[in-house]
Design a binder for this molecule. Structure first.
Ligand SMILES: [Zn+2]
Length: 376
């Protein structure tokens, strides 16, 4: 979700639009316009397009409200949400941590479909107030808009209740399994398995419909299935990873034999005499007797070869004050999450103001490999 446009903040949560959103917004607008054209051609082109655009925008407002409801319930239980991103398949609230108990998981999960259902019923009630009756074709633009918003939000509530993790229904299923089995890891694995089965069903139905003549609609269902399959697989491997790293601290995997280098050394000297000679991956740059930053092969690669003799390590290092740091006692899983968030491959390990070493993704991988080879 990196390639997204920031829209601003709501309740302190960053709201973003992924580029794929524009495509889907356009498709929704076009399908609304053709639907209104068929049911009420008398409205005229400009009314139909303005109504379609407004309806599509309000639809995304309700999607945003759905995600916000997850975020606000999560916050009420002490879980912060970094950002909400709207993309082609709806919205996603990036809640920073997993809930610590099944009840929180249940509440965070169910509030989404619940709010969609409430918004759906409210829209239908407004349409009713404007004179629309159930089963009839809405004959005014306002009625048509609220009827569409009503049904789409009710379908959204129903779709999200499908018990395939990581859909809301899957989260609810996980919380129920978690509560009955008292094992979060197993509950997640089982919920993810159900998620995969449902995803495969989506793909099968979509492909079948495509060949039965449903065209784009069929492909769309298959695509949603594919997306759900990826998400369920990722959640399953995430839980395997976090159970493999349970109880493991940064100090268990970090590299502590870092070499101190003077910040005035040029890059060519560094590469020839240190980087290629020693096979070490951890180099710390000091300036005026203090640790100032880290240098990794990544920074060297970003620099043109001809400039190596004229560039100092201090010029290319990652300054320590721009990097998040972790403590030796930090759980490794938390360090990995920080790396993911900052899009870096290593983090300095610091106690107070003293640098103890660095932790890299490679450290963690090696640790897991060794464990796997020993069959533990
Ligand atoms: Zn949801």
């Amino acid at each position: 979700m990196r390639s997204s446009i920031r829209l601003g903040r709501l309740f302190g949560i960053e709201i973003g639009l992924h580029y794929s959103w524009f495509l889907i917004a356009l498709l929704i607008m076009m399908s609304l316009a053709s639907q209104f054209q068929r049911s009420n051609p008398g409205w005229g082109t400009s009314v139909i397009w303005a109504l379609s655009a407004l309806t599509a925008i309000l639809f995304f407002v309700t999607l945003l409200a759905h995600e916000l409801s997850h975020a606000l319930v999560a916050r009420a239980h002490g879980l912060a949400t970094r950002a909400i991103t709207l993309f082609a398949l709806g919205g996603m609230a990036q809640i920073e941590k997993e809930p610590e108990d099944a009840k929180t998981e249940f509440l965070v999960g169910i509030v989404g479909p619940f709010s969609s259902a409430v918004m759906g019923l409210a829209s239908l009630a407004i349409a009713w107030g404007l004179g629309w009756r159930i089963g009839s074709t809405p004959m005014t633009p306002w009625r048509a808009m609220f009827v569409w918003l009503g049904y789409i939000n009710l379908s959204l509530a129903a779709f999200n209740m499908i018990p395939g993790y990581p859909l809301d229904g899957g989260r609810i299923l996980r919380s129920i399994l978690w509560l009955s089995e008292r094992d979060q890891v197993r509950a997640t694995r089982n919920a993810a398995t159900v998620g995969k089965i449902i995803a495969l069903l989506f793909i099968a139905v979509g492909i079948f419909q495509f060949f039965a003549g449903a065209g784009f609609g069929g492909l769309w269902i298959a695509f949603i299935g594919w997306f759900l399959l990826q998400a369920a697989t990722a959640s399953a491997s995430m839980v395997t990873l976090s159970s493999g790293l349970r109880g493991v601290r940064v100090s268990d995997v970090m590299t502590s034999d870092c070499q101190m280098l003077n910040g005035n050394m040029n890059v060519e000297q560094f590469v020839e005499h240190y980087l290629l000679r020693s096979g070490r991956r951890c180099f710390v740059v000091e300036q005026n007797g203090e640790v100032a930053g880290l240098v990794t092969p990544h920074e060297i690669k970003a620099l043109e070869r001809q400039r190596w003799p004229y560039t100092t390590l201090a010029d290319i290092m990652r300054p320590l004050d721009q990097l998040h740091t972790v403590a030796p006692t930090t759980p490794v899983m938390e360090a990995l999450e920080t790396m993911g968030r900052d899009d870096v491959n290593q983090l300095p390990v610091v106690t107070g103001s003293h640098l103890d070493g660095i932790i890299t993704r490679a450290n963690v991988l090696q640790f897991l490999q060794t464990r796997a080879e020993l069959g533990r």
